[in-house]
Design a binder for this molecule. Structure first.
Ligand SMILES: [Zn+2]
Length: 100
């Protein structure tokens, strides 16, 4: 698989998931909860209590406020609780996907 040539043509919120249409016409879906839970930023990595065990997890933490692409390799997701996560396209691609 050539990750370099793949890019998202469209990113859409579909209920509790992020749906991505890729340049090879495949579609992948990733739940917001999973994306937030696996955030690799310094803050999340050093958190004593994993997010999914903390109280506000099901509230605003997994609700996306905004999405911006970062260069040609990642998307930055801003969450309702003020946090933001940078997710590499490669990780979005590794989610189960289906042909369109
Ligand atoms: Zn984080």
């Amino acid at each position: 698989m050539q990750m370099q040539t793949l890019r998202p043509l469209e990113m859409r919120r579909v209920e509790d998931k992020l749906r991505v249409l890729w340049s090879d016409q495949t579609v992948s879906e990733c739940s917001w909860a999973d994306l937030r839970k696996t955030c690799r930023c310094a803050v999340c990595l050093e958190m004593k209590t994993p997010l999914h065990e903390s109280q506000n997890y099901y509230a605003r933490a997994i609700r996306p406020r905004d999405m911006t692409t970062v260069g040609n390799y990642a998307v930055e997701i801003s969450w309702e609780d003020g946090h933001s996560s940078i997710v590499a396209f490669e990780r979005l691609r590794s989610a189960p996907h289906e042909n369109q």
